[in-house]
Design a protein around this ligand. Structure first.
Ligand SMILES: Cc1cc2nc3c(=O)[nH]c(=O)nc-3n(C[C@H](O)[C@H](O)[C@H](O)COP(=O)(O)OP(=O)(O)OC[C@H]3O[C@@H](n4cnc5c(N)ncnc54)[C@H](O)[C@@H]3O)c2cc1C
Ligand SMILES: NC(=O)c1ccc[n+]([C@@H]2O[C@H](COP(=O)([O-])OP(=O)(O)OC[C@H]3O[C@@H](n4cnc5c(N)ncnc54)[C@H](O)[C@@H]3O)[C@@H](O)[C@H]2O)c1
Length: 475
């Protein structure tokens, strides 16, 4: 080991969360090193958000166009899959990270390529791909931002079958003929939409009772209905007992509980994420590897005043925008503490990631899009709050009718009856994604219903749903 190189802050993991911490600590004038073992930009840029949305955009645009009289006839044919994949490759920078490295250089952050591990208090050891070793020490903070990897359940034959995870599903260079998908949450629903649209015959095998189990039930119902209309098979209440494949390529068979066998050409396992913490030296500071890292609202690890964790790895909200938000909060908290100040960690304070528990927005880019923020009805009731849900058929809004012929969609607003504020909102329908931020402002801002009444949506936009929901609530 060489002598330690000292920085104010050392960031372990260069995904969206890690990069944004570096951005904030550099903006505060703190010297910062960032350690990345694969590609700076992380899962999101190369195997998750960005490539998946590049695959989905043409599928959704075509579906939208097919619902517009006068335009539908022009988009009857199949998508140009090769062009879509090439566009996806462009958006991932062909899995190269020079652009992100240039940006980190431009803000004066020092990048170390290699696997990083905590090496006792305030220290990180880096092993480069060439086998060089560096020790970095942090005057003020080490921030762990190592993200997650896909979980492959312990189903006989699954791991050996060379099943796709989200990585292969977002980076594949051809559409498989028959794609089997195990799982029914966000990755499963989005990838089913993308690959069915790009020419595969998709079968989704859902263990639970429907798709998108964390959203209002109507979200999963509408998405499943549309997937079936697009030609996919969506089966609920089915458990996969075994996977059989001769090697890791060629036809793959899934054996369901009860003995039914379904054959496909590829199998995507979309059954959740596990933290990448098993080999990052947590044991050297008295913590356990392989687990999520618990943090307080400033994203600091309790009992370790120099250690922070941001992004997926802290399990607060596994979304890029929330990881970046946590990074902004943690970066500001580190800077405030480094300057000897008292951070503002009360609810909604400058150094508290309060939105993680109150106002997390998420858009699922399926057809129809499903967008939600804050609490669902079940979550609000489960929290013991006195609430009322107001539902409205989105197709009855003029803007929606003009947006698409035969528009199908639904909205729900969950109102706190004691405080008369919106706790959560869900919009499902074509074009619903861009409705979400209004709801996020209402939820995070705790805007009183009586004031929302004065926020007039433009006619004829789909946003008029707000007026309808408020009218329905006020009677
Ligand atoms: C298919 C898919 C689609 C998604 N789509 C969306 C979406 O549309 N919108 C959204 O908000 N979220 C989406 N997500 C979630 C999003 O990808 C994650 O929330 C986000 O990537 C988390 O960012 P992060 O920085 O915490 O971790 P990551 O992006 O996982 O980055 C962690 C980084 O740390 C590095 N690292 C790990 N261990 C070490 C080590 N020991 N030393 C050095 N470096 C290390 C990794 O190489 C990686 O680059 C999607 C996820 C999937 C799987
Ligand atoms: N557009 C977006 O915002 C977006 C897109 C994709 C992923 N993500 C995020 O990435 C994360 C990962 O998504 P995901 O869909 O992989 O995981 P998830 O944790 O959301 O869902 C995993 C699903 O797999 C099911 N499951 C677990 N084990 C199973 C088994 N053995 N057999 C069958 N089903 C099983 C679970 O019941 C659950 O419904 C999520 O937090 C998600 O929000 C976000």
């Amino acid at each position: 080991m060489t002598e330690a190189v000292e920085y104010d802050v050392v960031v372990l993991g260069g995904g969206p969360a890690g990069e944004n911490v570096a951005d904030r600590t550099r903006a505060a004038g703190l010297s910062t090193a960032l350690v990345e073992s694969e590609l700076v930009g992380g899962e999101c840029s190369y195997w998750a958000c960005v490539p998946s949305k590049a695959l989905l955009r043409p599928v959704l645009a075509r579906a939208d166009a097919r619902r517009v009289p006068g335009l539908a006839g022009a988009v009857e044919g199949p998508l140009d899959t090769a062009a879509v994949l090439a566009h996806r490759d462009y958006w991932t920078g062909n899995w190269k990270d020079e652009g992100q490295i240039d940006w980190l250089d431009s803000i004066g952050a020092h990048v170390y390529r290699g696997h990083g591990r905590l090496y006792g208090v305030r220290k990180v050891a880096v092993t480069s791909p060439e086998g060089e070793h560096h020790v970095l020490s942090a005057r003020h903070a080490v921030v762990v931002a190592t993200g997650t990897r896909a979980v492959i359940p312990d189903v006989p034959g699954m791991a050996a079958a060379g099943a796709w995870t989200s990585r292969e599903a977002t980076s594949a260079q051809a559409a498989p003929g028959r794609l089997l998908i195990v799982g029914g949450s966000v990755v499963a629903a989005e990838m089913a939409t993308a690959w069915q649209g790009l020419g595969s015959q998709v079968t989704v095998l859902v263990r639970g009772s429907g798709l998108l189990p964390r959203m209002e039930p109507f979200a999963g119902e509408l998405v499943a209905e549309a997937l079936r209309e697009a030609g996919a098979v969506v089966r609920t209440g089915v458990a996969v007992e075994a996977v059989v494949r001769d090697g890791s390529t060629g036809p793959v068979s899934v054996v369901l509980e009860g003995g039914e066998i379904i054959e496909g050409d590829e199998l995507l396992v979309a059954t959740g994420r596990a933290p990448r913490t098993e080999d990052i030296g947590l044991e050297t500071v008295g913590l356990s590897g392989g687990k999520w890292i618990g943090v307080d609202d400033s994203c600091r690890v309790p009992g370790h005043d120099w250690l922070y964790a941001v992004g997926d790895v802290n399990h607060r909200a596994l979304l890029t925008h929330q990881g970046k938000y946590q990074a902004r909060i943690a970066g500001a908290a580190i800077a405030a503490r480094a300057a000897g100040g008292a951070p503002d960690t009360g609810p909604w304070g400058a150094h508290a990631a309060t939105a993680d528990t109150r106002a997390v927005p998420q858009v699922v880019f399926t057809d129809p899009e499903a967008a939600a923020v804050g609490l669902s009805l079940a979550e609000a009731e489960g929290a013991g709050l006195r609430v009322r849900a107001v539902d409205y058929d989105l197709s009855k809004v003029s803007g929606a009718g003009l947006y698409a012929d035969g528009y199908r969609g639904r909205a729900r607003m969950v109102v706190d009856l004691d405080r008369e504020i919106v706790l959560g909102a869900t919009f499902v329908g074509p074009g619903a994604a861009e409705l979400l931020h209004t709801a996020t402002v209402a939820v995070a801002g705790e805007v009183p219903i009586e004031r929302l009444w004065h926020a007039v949506p433009a006619f004829p936009t789909i946003s008029e749903i707000w007026l309808r929901l408020l009218e329905a609530y006020r009677g």
